[in-house]
Ligand binder design. Structure first.
Ligand SMILES: C[S@@+](CC[C@H](N)C(=O)[O-])C[C@H]1O[C@@H](n2cnc3c(N)ncnc32)[C@H](O)[C@@H]1O
Length: 262
């Protein structure tokens, strides 16, 4: 693959759909989850069909079939989000930042680079830095080398830096990034104190005037209050819609955004 050629084709004014078009492979988030939906769906489907055909127990059989359909819907929604929906939503969010193209962007828990490398495409004179612990339970095939390979495939390798590290103790100086973002990563920290520590770190490394975007499907409720305590301005908290559901509306991804006062 001629990465130079791809780089030249990249424009900072790409539409969200163009930006979301990927050449790399970004795996599946927490791959055991859609697998579990599928296995339970097949068990319920088999049970429902057996009840109806072998024993003519129509009502219990139909109930099992309805639950099976819900499981298959959840699996389809999850796979759509992880393979397509999150890219479309993040392409829109990144576009709304109206970056100049020379910013320093940090992605906390970048994984295989789904968001990191889209941001890098918008930074012809800047840099996108990703930090991660590369856990394969959190994303299939997760590894620093896989992310580097994706950066080459997307033609942005020269503007991407990858670090192995924990987002609770970032290896970066205070006020060194214009944008700090995170997608589906902070919830992986098990304790609430640790998640707030990651939020503290995100604010510490953000420059005055810089913007923060934290998207996650659970545990986001305390972040706005913590951000206000830390002096952040323009704090918002909102759902990102059906394209970012991890299986159903109760696992909808929410965005917490804020700006560090200049
Ligand atoms: C579901 S993946 C999301 C990856 C990527 N942000 C995306 O949207 O495709 C969650 C990521 O968080 C990383 N992670 C989990 N705990 C972490 C921590 N304490 N510090 C840094 N990364 C962490 C995992 O290794 C994984 O790559």
């Amino acid at each position: 693959m001629d990465t130079q050629k791809i780089s030249k084709n990249v424009s900072p004014v790409l539409s969200p759909r163009q930006l979301a078009r990927r050449r790399g492979d970004y795996g599946v988030d927490a791959p055991y989850v859609p697998g579990t939906f599928g296995v339970i769906g097949f068990i319920l489907l088999g049970g429902g069909l057996l009840l109806i055909w072998l024993w003519q127990w129509l009502v219990p059989g139909v109930i099992l079939l309805v639950y099976a359909a819900m499981m298959f819907f959840s699996m389809a929604s999850y796979l759509y989000t992880t393979r397509r929906g999150k890219f479309l939503v993040w392409a829109e969010l990144l576009g709304q930042l109206h970056m100049r193209g020379d910013e320093q962007v940090l992605d906390l828990g970048c994984g295989r680079g789904a968001v990191l490398l889209m941001a890098a495409q918008l930074l012809p004179r800047g840099k996108a830095t990703g930090v991660d612990l590369w856990k394969t339970s959190d994303q299939s095939g997760n590894a620093l080398d896989v992310t580097r390979r994706n950066a080459e495939l997307e033609g942005v390798a020269e503007r991407v830096a990858l670090h192995t590290g924990d987002m609770r103790t970032l290896p970066f100086a205070d006020e060194s990034f214009d944008v700090v973002l995170s997608s589906l990563a902070i919830h992986n920290i098990q304790d609430a104190q640790g998640r707030l520590q990651a939020v503290n770190e995100a604010v510490r490394v953000l420059r005055p005037g810089g913007r923060l975007l934290l998207a996650d499907f659970r545990a986001t409720q305390p972040y706005p209050e913590r951000l206000r305590e830390l002096g952040m301005a323009e704090v918002t908290h909102r759902s990102l819609g059906w394209r970012f559901w991890y299986g159903h509306p109760w696992a909808a991804t929410r965005l917490v955004s804020a700006r560090k006062p200049a």
